[in-house]
Design a protein around this ligand. Structure first.
Ligand code: ZN
Length: 445
């Protein structure tokens, strides 16, 4: 019976999505808009209440959490301290113990496969209507993405035969979303030319995708001295947005660039608003903890790992999910007036960090800032397999002189705060991962 009801709800929602397009204003989106200016304390109270409900529900219904029942005080006043007693959920737990995390009484769900940038991909389970209670549409609307606005999307997707273009089967066009989908992996000359043709003839308003291919297309336009009609908005996600990406993207597309943090596991988590002072996240949807290696909260302005709780998850509750992504939070309110919390910066993945013997950790951002002071450096990748040093591979016009190597090393060492063996090499190209992303740092230490 429950099953049939869920299926009926899903069907109605599908029709609604077809009729209104992506960005449709659902009841939940309206709710998130209505409370977006509430005092910070009030939002915090709502979040505490939702966290208490989620934990209560999980202790009652989910095998993996039953042992916490009566061990944890669920009153909203103390819940942010109490939740620290719950062991974080890792990707490995999802792979190995998914059955004990599922509420089997809810017999239908959506399965989504993760991209697997830094490890093997895995299957994530979501309750069938849970997508109605996330912040995706809220963020779309707050960035001006309204239904039917034409867009180009450069990210991995599931190819649906009926939407493939006859003459270019690698591209999909979905009419009710007014969206062109491109697989971003290996954007060759032919695909770039096709993208360019679509920009000229269809004049899409939004370009949206994995940072790397969005940047690659901008570089292609720039390098071939072409011009395209301006976009209204570009959005990137999926990998750390480096300063040299932003510069080229904004110049070529003549539109503000919004960075967002989203994942298959946790949906669309945090977005920049047009003030771009950081990335907002919706506190009634996500509870984010930024923790050090000992699982203690880091101070404002300090880098820590993000652990995300999805407050509306029920089929497979995501409680303190270890993201392997790093961020810095700020308590400074954003000048746009929205009081949802702000992540000052997303620092990228654990695997995308250089470690040094003094335990310092460096993300790709400061390295990018140094390297792109040299106009003939086009791209970089760090490969680290030992703690005491790394290879820095550069795509560079002209020769890599001894003087340049010396100068770069002299500027990189202070980032680590201790001596490091840095070997700088010239390379023709840097291979992207299957997802279309390029890891600027690949570290296995
Ligand atoms: Zn803002």
């Amino acid at each position: 019976m429950l099953n049939m009801i869920y299926k009926a709800i899903e069907k109605v929602n599908k029709i609604k999505r077809v009729l209104t397009g992506e960005g449709a204003k659902t009841k939940y989106t309206k709710y998130l808009q209505n409370i977006q200016h509430l005092p910070i304390e009030k939002l915090r109270e709502i979040q505490a209440l939702k966290l208490s409900y989620l934990l209560q529900y999980s202790f009652d219904n989910i095998e993996a959490y039953k042992s916490y029942k009566n061990q944890i005080d669920l009153s909203p006043e103390t819940i942010f301290d109490e939740v620290k007693h719950i062991t974080p959920l890792t990707k490995q737990d999802i792979i190995n113990q998914s059955q004990s995390h599922i509420n089997h009484e809810l017999s239908t769900c959506i399965k989504r496969e993760t991209g697997g940038t830094s490890s093997n991909s895995t299957v994530i389970y979501k309750g069938i209507s849970e997508h109605l209670f996330n912040a995706d549409n809220y963020f779309n609307l707050f960035n001006g993405i309204t239904p039917g606005k034409s867009r180009i999307i450069l990210r991995a997707f599931e190819m649906q035969k009926k939407y493939q273009l006859d003459e270019h089967p690698e591209v999909m066009y979905i009419p009710f979303k007014n969206s062109y989908y491109f697989v971003p992996y290996s954007l060759d000359e032919q695909k770039l030319q096709l993208l360019y043709n679509i920009c000229i003839t269809k004049k899409p308003k939004i370009i949206w995708g994995i940072t790397r291919p969005v940047y690659d297309f901008a570089r292609y336009i720039q390098d071939t001295n072409k011009t395209i009609p301006p976009f209204e908005l570009c959005m990137t996600s999926g990998q750390t947005l480096l300063p040299h990406h932003r510069k080229v993207i904004e110049q070529v597309y003549q539109a503000p660039l919004i960075n967002k943090y989203a994942s298959t596991e946790c949906w669309n988590v945090a977005n920049q608003c047009l003030h771009r002072e950081g990335l907002h996240y919706c506190s009634p949807v996500h509870y984010i903890e930024i923790l050090d290696a000992n699982l203690n909260h880091v101070a404002e302005g300090q880098r820590g790992e993000m652990y995300i709780t999805i407050l509306n998850s029920r089929y497979f509750p995501m409680i303190r999910y270890k993201t392997n992504d790093y961020a810095i939070y700020t308590e400074k309110p954003c000048s746009c007036g929205i009081t949802y919390p702000v992540l000052q910066q997303i620092e990228g993945r654990n695997i995308e960090s250089i470690r040094a013997p003094n335990l310092s950790v460096v993300s790709p951002v400061p390295i990018d800032k140094i390297l792109f002071d040299y106009p003939n450096i086009k791209e970089f990748q760090v490969i680290q397999s030992v703690l005491t040093g790394y290879d820095l591979n550069l795509v560079i016009d002209g020769s890599l002189t001894k003087e340049l190597q010396y100068e770069i090393k002299k500027r990189l060492i202070p980032l680590h705060g201790c001596d490091m063996n840095i070997s700088i090499n010239k390379t023709k190209t840097i291979q992207s991962e299957k997802s279309g992303k390029i890891l600027h740092i690949k570290s296995t230490v």
